[in-house]
Ligand binder design. Sequence first.
Ligand code: MLT
Length: 267
Amino acid sequence: MQHTIKVNDTAFQVHTDGAGSPLVLVHGFPMDHHMWDSVVPMLAQQHTVITPDLRGFGGSGGFCEIATMERFADDLVAILDQMDITEPITFAGLSMGGYIGWQMWKRHADRLARLILLDTRAAGDDEIQARARRVNAEGVLENGMSGVPAAMLPKLLSEATREHRPDVVAMLTEIILRQDPRGVAAAQRGMAQRADVTAWLSEIDLPVLVLCGEADSISPVAEMRGFANQLPEGQFVVIPAAGHMPPVENPAATSDAILAFCQGLPA
Ligand code: MLT
């Protein structure tokens, strides 16, 4: 079901499916809630699955100069408030969604039952990476989104997915092309200044599932295993046959891991 949730003067588009304890799926960059389409049917058999479009993405408004990870997290809590969801949620965020997940814990830990971090990083950007993001932000504002899929897909998808899954390539291309450059630029600037959360890891005292595609080149297995090991209640799972986008490249294994973790079983 599609909802338009008004928070102050911003209209957010949010979808809900299924019934059960709330599971919020937060998309990566530069995408919208459709990146979860292949896993929602399985997850919705056991959960109320809530898939928002973040500020400036998909069907949501709220364009701004710099969309910080803190602001995205505060938006999500305001959306939950508007939807009268007071029960602690399972938060699952992929990549940029994971950066927002760290801020959910820092700023709104009382709203969390557990955390799922897919293909994301705890480290912040160095100066070179941050500068590249600011240049990219100007680039999309000037030239639009048409060059973005070709630049990003080799990093987002494994080589095998790119060679053998034209449906996945087409689906992600479509999602990326329909994003508004203003939202994309604001998120790039926000990610450029995001916190390095490595020092927080040992304090995150709730169950955390860290999930990584075996061929992820943006947040590789060794790096993700490294920070998962520092989480007091962390579990680490490698998803086979996937790069940076396990929910679209291997939805069955991704859903199985999420459902098992939410039931308190080893993922
Ligand atoms: C994402 O998938 O959200 C991006 O890879 C995040 C990033 O650019 O760091």
